[in-house]
Every structure is written in C-alpha cells, then in structure tokens.
Design a protein around this ligand. Structure first.
Ligand SMILES: *Cc1c(COP(=O)(O)O)cnc(C)c1O
Length: 392
C-alpha cells in the first residue's frame, strides 16, 4: 500500500430510509464505554437487563427471548431452522419483498412449502388466513407483520389464536414493527418473532431480538434431527443466554450495550407514548407528502406510520431524486425493492427519527428536489401542511 487511507470521517446524514435509522446519541455513547469479557459478571448482568427489557418491549413472558448476534435476517433464519425439520409443512403468506425472503429462507430448510401471495401493497384478511390454514394445515405459518417494501401493516393480532385452532405455530417478522407500532406477543399468541436493532430500536445494525413461545420451545424439544445451522442452533445458544452461561460464541459486547440502551429509551418513553409519537409524526408527514402530490402505495386502513412508501411522480427519475436529497441535503431515503424498483420512495421515520425536525426537513428537501426535477410543487406547501397537522 502506498498511502494509508485517511482517518475515518463520514459526512453526517439524516437516515430516513427503511433502515438503518439514526442511532440515538445515548446509544452511541453507551457503545464507547469499556469492553468487558463476555463472561464477566458485569456483562452477565447486562445480558439479564437486556433480556428482561426485551420481554417488556415484546410484551411477553417467553423465557426464550434474547438477541441473536447478527442482523434481522439471522433472526428470520433462526426461527425457521429451529422450528422446521425436513418434510414439515410450512405455509408462508407473502405481501411483499420480505415475504419473498421468508419463502426463500423457509424453502432452504427442506420443508414442504406452500406459498400464498397478495399483490404488493395489500394484506391478508383473517378469513383468508383461516381458509389457508384449513387447506394447507402447516406446522408453521409465516407472516411479515410490517412489510417494509410496501408500507403495509399485516394485522396479526388474531392470527396466533387462529393458528392454534389448527395446531400451527405463528412465526412473524417484526423487524420494522418493534419499537414503532404495537407488538404484543403473548396477547396475540405469536410463537416465534424476530426483529432488528437498527429500525425502531434506534441502534446500529447488528442484533436481532428473537422470542419463542413455550409452544415453540416444545416443538424445538420434539425435534428428531439436529438443527442444520450450528451458529443459530437455539439449544446450544440458550446455554449461554439462558442457562449456565457456557461459551457458545463471543457475544458482540458493544452491540449488546447498544441494544440495552435502546431498550432503556423505549421503556423510559413508554410503549404507548412511543407508538402515539410515531402516529403523530406520520400524520404530519402524510399531510405534507400529499400536499406535494405524492401518493401512498398501501391503503390508509393498514398503513405503517413508520415506513411511508409513496409512488414516484411520473417523469421523475428515482436515482436522480435520491441522489440530490443525499448530496444537497444529507438526507437518505429508500428506493423501491423488487417490483417497486424505480417506482417507489420509502421514507422511514422510525424510533429516534420519528421527530418533527425529521418530518419538516425531508418535506422541505423533497419540495426543493421535486421542483428542481420539473415537478409542479408550490414552495412551502408540504411543510405548511405538516405544520397544520401538528397543530390540529
Ligand atoms: C430490514 C428488514 C429485514 C432484514 O433485516 P436485516 O437487519 O437487514 O437483516 C427483514 N424483514 C423486514 C420486514 C425488514 O424490514
């Protein structure tokens, strides 16, 4: 190497895409505290705190609740590889890109997979799910709670009970819901849930909180074959997180500090207050986006407050628009995934970033950029509509 790269100094951004979202400053400062050994009594205490708070945030008494040492997708994989043995019947009901990921992950377990799909932007009704359970009789039903690719919320509040009538387990992707919209594992009888650290919990990416119900644990104990993944095998991970603290892998200490602080922030604010804050900021953002002519993809009845997926106006280039937001305003928003590539923008106001300053900044920047790209937008109209929504 002739020259050593310069000292790291990234330009600050406002991360208003589908994740990562900005980490809370308190999370970042927790991350700069001294490292501990992963079996240090102090660290074991920190692990206990983290698990106790995770149960509160997930609204569950599930003993098997802990963060997998990797991102959200590892949580998805953990749930599937532990609950499914080759030949088991699995049904995945997909409403978007992350549903198709679930199909891929489930398919690799050697299960007998049935796939049901809705056009992107729509959700399944309880009646449809009942029919699907009746005809497919799966061991596990997989659903994405908050579909980040479309901005749709799949109501799962009564699906767990329904699954149990059919002797199925409910497995849900709560990656974009936890910390933003209500998630109540016990009340909703969810058997396996996973999330991430970098969206509603305002930490950097790197941890995936997972929780399994006693029913799911029974399924785990009844396995006849070994879990195909060594790293994600819950029976051995749990002797570190749950039992005698036996070494399994070196916990990412600093990420556990981060998650602990992120969870403290959630509980200090209170879950209800936090959910209400997400709705308040969503309504202001929605008023502003509609005032500048942007149309939502998901119907209002099941729209996510934390992930606003809108159609890119005709004639506007996706990449050019997002590039200007990034370079001129330091704001990152998301493009479309899969069939929405080039057609959708996704604005995340999650966790710490669900704040008026984020809403007003992105609206002002969007007005400017859209005008620059030839769209007719009255200057100030988006910001004014959001202001009005805040004062309503
Ligand atoms: C972001 C996301 C994931 C993937 O999480 P990673 O942390 O990127 O691995 C999975 N499901 C949904 C719904 C997501 O939004």
């Amino acid at each position: 190497m002739t020259t050593i790269p310069g000292q790291l100094s990234p330009t600050p951004r406002l991360l208003l895409g589908p994740g990562p979202s900005d980490a809370h400053p308190r999370v970042l400062s927790a991350m700069s505290t001294p490292l501990l050994g992963h079996l240090d009594p102090q660290f074991l205490e920190i692990m206990n705190d983290t698990q106790t708070m995770l149960r509160e945030v997930y609204k569950t008494k599930n003993q098997l609740t802990f963060p997998v040492s990797a991102t959200g997708m590892a949580g998805m994989e953990t749930c599937f590889v532990n609950l499914i043995e080759p030949g088991d019947a699995v049904t995945v009901c997909s409403i978007g890109y992350f549903g198709t990921r679930m199909i891929d992950v489930a398919g690799r377990t050697g299960c007998k997979l049935t796939v049901k799909e809705k056009p992107w932007g729509q959700v399944f009704s309880l009646d449809e799910l009942r029919d699907i359970l009746k005809t497919t009789r799966p061991k596990v039903l997989g659903l994405v709670h908050a579909e980040t690719s479309t901005g749709a919320l799949q109501d799962i509040s009564e699906v767990g009970k329904l699954c149990h009538e059919f002797d199925a387990l409910l497995l849900t992707d709560c990656v974009t819901s936890l910390g933003c919209t209500p998630v109540e594992l016990d009340k909703w009888e969810v058997d396996a849930a996973f999330s991430c650290s970098q969206k509603g919990l305002s930490c950097p990416p790197g941890m995936s909180p997972v929780s399994l119900s006693p029913r799911a644990v029974d399924a785990l104990k009844a396995r006849k074959t070994k879990v195909q993944s060594w790293y994600l095998d819950l029976s051995s991970i749990m002797s570190y997180w749950g039992g005698d603290r036996a070494y399994h892998h070196t916990a990412p200490i600093t990420m556990v500090y981060a998650l602990r602080e992120g969870l403290r922030l959630v509980l200090e604010e209170g879950l209800e207050a936090r959910h209400a804050r997400h709705v308040r900021n969503h309504l202001a953002l929605k008023a502003g986006l509609e005032a500048i002519g942007l149309e939502y993809i998901a119907a209002e009845a099941y729209r996510l407050p934390q992930l606003n997926a809108v159609k890119i106006p005709a004639g506007v280039d996706d990449v050019a628009g997002r590039k200007r937001l990034l370079t001129e305003f330091g704001i990152e928003i998301g493009g479309g995934l899969g069939e929405f590539k080039g057609k959708a923008w996704r604005i995340g106001i999650m966790g710490y970033n669900s704040r008026a300053i984020c809403v007003l900044s992105v609206l002002a920047a969007l007005e400017h950029v859209l005008r620059g790209l030839g769209v007719k937008v009255t200057p100030g109209s988006g910001v004014a509509a959001a202001e009005l929504a805040y004062s309503a």
